[in-house]
Design a protein around this ligand. Sequence first.
Ligand code: KG4
Length: 347
Amino acid sequence: MVTGKSSTCDVYILAIESSCDDTSAAVIRNDTILSNVVAGQKVHEAFGGVVPELASRAHQQNMIPVVDVALKRAGVSKKQLSAVAFTRGPGLLGSLFVGTSFAKGFALALDIPLIEVNHLQAHVLALFIREEGRDRKTPGFPFLCLLVSGGNSQIILVKDHLHMEVIGQTIDDAAGEAFDKCAKVMDLPYPGGPFIDKLAREGDPGRFTFTKPLIKGLDYSFSGLKTNFLYFLRDRLEENPSFIEENKADLSASLQKTIVDILMQKLVKAAKQTRIREIAIAGGVSANSGLREALHKESGKRKWNIYIPEFEYTMDNAAMIAIAGYYKYLRGDFTSQQVVPFARTHL
Ligand code: KG4
């Protein structure tokens, strides 16, 4: 793999991510990231969730400045670019249209290839992002990746950079959704995952017990836990209107422990079934300190080699689109100008 100092055969890719409520652009040289700019959208906070129409408008506003900063920070000119990569899906259609249209126009104007990227595949490939001057241990193939985000909870068998198979997934809500919806019940800001994580550090994880699903195989389910949490609080609030306020830390710690236990139980099962000991996590929820701790604990017990993306690359970001674009570029896997985004898709 070509890394380090730039040479004439280096590949430079501008990547665009706009699948939900973050407008992001990144520049990569081969597999080394040079810049990764993310503009969040505060406009959704007042609504307790992402409002698709507002997200599309904010992408439209943010796109050009974000790309401009990404190129400047990378010290790369438009003329140096080898290709433009973009998120084709899954995500919010209106948001994806903004990124897709921008990428098409940019590639057409510069007469360089266009590369479509699957957002889920990119979350996994975030594990391979290199940074200048920093050594990074990357997983060997095949490995298992627990992909946990706001929209997905999957166990993926990764056979090579672009060859992945989902062997387990949620049949209803995603783990991130469970964090966010339960956080909303406790009146925490959106997205609630990081707030629960923070509160959980001060709380007792054994104080309350919540429902764990009985789903066969490697699939997940989180909708029962969400309902259980909601009814549990409703009953307690009838007795004591300050129940949430007085027990926020213990509630967060107990909820987080339940979600992490559910996630880890199936991951352990998948590792046993496949006899794979190269284990990774990815996606927004992989930032969770309880999940990271549980993974470390399990790795000691089961002699797993574990891989966790840098914090910056766990949430939605264009750096992961850039690394996926790089692997596709090497294979000459380009996209036509007729491409349209998709809201839902598989790996
Ligand atoms: O990957 P991501 O940025 O977006 C999707 O592609 O869905 O993931 C966002 C999700 C949200 O549900 C958010 O609450 C959750 O990741 N999240 C966390 C933490 N940080 C982000 N959940 C639990 N603990 C965290 N520290």
